[in-house]
Design a protein around this ligand. Structure first.
Ligand code: ADE
Length: 287
């Protein structure tokens, strides 16, 4: 699979995409990532890529010219080519990263992993000339409801989430099938040796050697985590009859109803400890 990134800050991509699993996948030729500097397609000696908004207002707007010319270089003659692949530019799928986009989720990553050539446009400034969106952009994605300084980090997030689903990229290390979100549930907790670390013990069931008990425990912990942290995911998850039974057990163990209250508020603080619960109020003792 090939990724093309269109950015004003190509230097931001040096490092994150060269290391670890992505670096190895690139070296092995499983993925190809090409970073394009939008300014290379500017027409003036200042390499201008932005301009003032028509109608006035604060901020600058990404000009159409450099981005269109960059796209021309990726797919010469695209404007005259017949459509029909579902994308605006034949042979590629162009995603624009913006907080206004649809939130990226695992299902989207899976769909994008089926694309041969994914082009990621990292937005900047106050916005992007609307003609870029209308003529070139197939899909707009956001990585969350917060505003970053630009679309570069979101583009890296998309590459990472998509690339790891391409066969061979994860190698033997991890199976993408068993992870959070694949089945709509969060992952169960993991432990490794030693069984007793500073008095913190690994749950007995994991040492039992009883595969069926281990499987059931993991499933239950998966549901517990989802219930506590992301209860809304349970509504969409594909739950089996056993899952419903495990859910009933969890609700009974906690006293039905109080689980979701805790999930939202976090565990109750002991009386008189209101301050200590506030996020960011600092540790009790400096290290
Ligand atoms: N650009 C700035 N913030 C962003 C976000 N949250 N998602 C995608 N692109 C962005």
């Amino acid at each position: 699979m090939r990724f093309d990134v269109l950015t004003l800050f190509p230097e931001m991509f040096r490092g994150p995409l060269d290391a670890s699993i992505l670096g190895r996948a690139r070296q092995a030729g499983l993925i190809d990532i090409v970073i394009h500097d939008i300014r290379d397609y500017a027409e003036d000696r200042h390499r201008t890529a932005d301009d003032y908004p028509y109608g006035g207002g604060a901020g600058m707007v990404l000009k159409p010219g450099p981005v269109f010319r960059l796209v021309d270089s990726l797919c010469p003659g695209w404007e005259k080519a017949p459509r029909g692949t579902g994308s605006k530019i034949p042979g590629l799928w162009l995603v624009y990263l913006t907080p206004q986009g649809r939130p990226l989720d695992q299902a989207t990553a899976r769909r994008l992993a089926g694309v041969d050539r994914l082009v990621l446009l990292a937005g900047h400034y106050e916005g992007t000339d609307e003609r870029i969106r209308e003529a070139l952009v197939d899909e707009e994605l956001s990585i969350g409801d917060y505003v970053l300084t630009g679309g570069e980090i979101p583009a890296m997030v998309v590459i990472d989430a998509v690339a790891r689903l391409i066969p061979g990229v994860l190698g033997q290390e991890v199976s993408p099938l068993e992870e959070s979100f694949t089945e709509g549930l969060l992952e169960y907790p993991h432990y490794t040796r030693p069984a007793d670390f500073r008095g913190l013990r690994v749950p007995e069931v994991l040492l039992s050697g009883n595969h069926e008990r281990v499987r059931r425990w993991r499933r239950k912990e998966s549901i517990r985590r989802t219930l506590e942290r992301r209860p809304e995911l349970l509504l969409q998850a594909r739950l089996t009859r056993e899952d419903h039974q495990l859910l009933r057990e969890l609700l009974e163990e906690s006293g039905a109803g109080s689980v979701s209250a805790e999930a939202q508020a976090g565990p109750a603080a002991p009386d008189g400890d209101e301050e200590g619960r506030k996020a960011g109020s600092g540790p009790d003792q400096a290290c």
